[in-house]
Design a protein around this ligand. Structure first.
Ligand code: CA
Length: 246
């Protein structure tokens, strides 16, 4: 594999309170040409994120004081850092743990103990995906249907010009529904689109998670909420607006 040029190497922030693990991750990523900064506490991480947002964050969930979840929440709620991909490290393989993290906006998960190779592969995959998204977003693509306008680049949804406060997951769900509107979509398909993650994670996530997000999204869409139609026993369909092309 090619080494990255130092000048355009991606910057990775590693947040991990266990110094040996932090050093191991930093060593592996530096070897691959990434520029790595390390924060041993959530507070230090928030400070670094504030001063110079990295291209990716590797975030341990179990931190003393400000937890990994709190750091993730903060990253996602701040417009300056909202789009930064986050790979969450967890000590538990619990399904609930993964779901909570994905709901908070993690891009992927890695359970400890993990191999250095696995870590590097995940980081590379997430950055590749993020760069691909940035490229396709630069065209300022917009999906419009009736009063709803979805800006793929700005990751922003407006209804009659008013911005709707959607979470990342809700944005992806609406993007999937509106992007394939008029067609019935299975819960599995919607899950894969919502998590933007690997199929083996998706397959074990319960389908009622989709129902929960659809319910919330309907509430936020106002009068357009009822355009998300339930297809019993299968999934959902986003109804076309009168002016939509078939
Ligand atoms: Ca830890």
């Amino acid at each position: 594999m090619s080494q990255l040029d130092a000048s355009d190497a991606s910057r990775v922030l590693v947040v991990e309170d266990e110094a040996e693990i932090a050093a191991m991750i930093a060593y592996q990523l530096t070897r691959r040409g990434y520029r790595v900064e390390t924060a041993l506490t959530g507070t230090a991480a928030l400070d670094l994120l504030d001063r110079s947002p990295p291209d990716l964050v590797v975030l341990d969930r179990m931190l003393p004081g400000v937890s990994g979840d709190a750091v993730l929440k903060s990253v996602r709620s701040n417009p300056a850092t909202r789009g930064i991909p986050v790979l969450v490290l967890t000590a538990k393989r619990e399904e609930e743990d993964r779901i909570t993290g994905l709901e908070l906006g993690a891009d992927d998960y890695l359970a400890k103990p993990f191999s250095p190779r696995e870590l590097v592969l995940r980081v590379e995959a997430i950055l590749r995906r993020a760069q691909g998204e940035a490229r396709s977003d630069s065209g300022g693509q917009i999906i419009q249907s009736g009063a709803l306008k979805l800006n793929l680049g700005a990751k922003q949804v407006t209804r009659d010009g008013d911005e709707l406060p959607l979470t990342r997951i809700e944005f992806r769900l609406l993007r999937a529904l509106m992007g394939r509107r008029g067609r019935t979509q299975s819960r599995d398909r919607l899950l894969a689109d919502m998590w933007e993650t690997r199929a083996d994670v998706v397959s074990r996530v319960q389908t009622r998670t989709v129902d929960m997000h659809v319910r919330r999204l309907r509430g936020k869409l106002g009068p357009d909420g009822n355009r998300i139609e339930t297809v019993r026993g299968f999934g959902y369909r986003f109804r076309n607006a009168p002016g939509d092309k078939p």
